[in-house]
Ligand binder design. Sequence first.
Ligand code: FAD
Length: 470
Amino acid sequence: MLTNNARELLTAIVGKENVETSQASKLVYSFDATPQFQAMPDAIVSPRSASEVAQVVKWCNEQEIPVVPRGSGTNLSAGTTPLQGGIVLLMKHLDKILEIDEENLTVTAQPGVNTLELMEAVEAKGLFYPPDPSSMKISQIGGNINENSGGLRGLKYGVTRDYVLGLEVVLPNGEKIRTGGKLAKDVAGYDLTRLFVGSEGTLGIITEATLKLIPMPETKKTVLALYEDMEAAARTVSKIIASKIIPSTLEFLDQPTVKVVEDFSKIGLPTHAKAVLLIEQDGDAAVVEKDIARILSICEENQAIEVSMAASEAEAEALRTARRSALSALARLKPTTILEDATVPRSEIANMVYAINQIAEKHQVEICTFGHAGDGNLHPTCLTDARDKEEMERVEQAFEEIFTTAVALGGTITGEHGVGAMKAPYLHLKLGVAGVEAMRSIKQAFDPKNIMNPGKMFAKENRQRVVVKQ
Ligand SMILES: Cc1cc2nc3c(=O)[nH]c(=O)nc-3n(C[C@H](O)[C@H](O)[C@H](O)COP(=O)(O)OP(=O)(O)OC[C@H]3O[C@@H](n4cnc5c(N)ncnc54)[C@H](O)[C@@H]3O)c2cc1C
């Protein structure tokens, strides 16, 4: 609970209308897109400028009040659940695109800019910002940077990290720093820009970002390939890459996911196939033509039962949209949907999907799998009901085995969704205890009072999910 004095102080910084303390508001910001995690904040504060962010954070640091920065709250790792109460810091007023620099090929934006809005703004100038999380209609650039989000175009173009050139950051003590800039080269000291990317709001608040743009690809073609078995689909993925073609998209959906997505999107997806690959190539027209011809023959050589090419951009967009709606479609089936993002080297995709199916059978839980086959980033998605405690225990065990298997195959516990509170208990599987301690010492150096998004990343002991703090 904030004292009257504290509320007055915050009001003096950001204005009365930007400090919310009603029970209804606190409930709204007590959870994010992650199932089973909930905790009440003490207040929701929406600064109107970086300087107001700095004043709020400085005061919180002095008072040792937790600060949970929040974009649109679409993260899937309980990254914005205010586990220890405190202040949820909303970026809704920091929502301006400040500059599109066509000479340096950069865009500079505030953190609250919507991802799709930024993409469309640069595309209107013939430029391209490739990171395309499926949540882009809702998510914000600040959230994307802090989760280092990826998307369908990650295989060829990389993830958010590959486009962040410079940042303005408010540190936990209220000081503002600038890292990087509109520079193609910069080796002045430690790479703080990279450190803040993917830091999940645990090191500071990003108040401005300069992002790299590239020229818009000239053309794009989209292929759908259907398979009778998973191995053939996985083999196709390996063969395409081995033939030195890097498609812009190489997505995989298993049969249960295709059925649910078709029921949701009604675009005529092939529900009879056991596995489906969505493959795209973009770039120079002649190169796309050549690559797609080779991709079609690799699909056929690897026992695709059907291969078709989207006849128009509208048809291709419908396929992409259908793939992006996989989580929303699956979420309609059961009260609780837990989506994970175990990631393996792409050569291990078939082994990983096989292992996921075995683990689901062993623990008698329902898991559908889809994901970015080209990057080895799979989304095993469990359809369950959080009210069934006995089933939830089996779900937990199944996911622990999935993470252990992914790491044993040379992979990781998360490819793009971040650690947050949800995967904190598993971080040591990937990093080892010494690795976690090295990260903890970085956190300690930036945030000695642990006010920034506490309970995330390192909360190994905190496996309790629903923490409703009044
Ligand atoms: C339907 C659906 C589809 C999705 N698809 C994808 C996908 O394809 N790829 C993918 O990678 N993810 C995906 N996600 C996950 C999620 O959308 C991404 O992690 C996204 O980047 C989060 O953005 P956000 O604005 O909602 O951030 P939030 O969820 O609000 O915050 C994310 C993290 O960033 C921190 N943060 C936010 N803003 C700031 C700031 N200014 N300064 C410091 N810290 C900050 C928060 O504290 C939190 O730790 C999906 C989620 C859903 C619900």
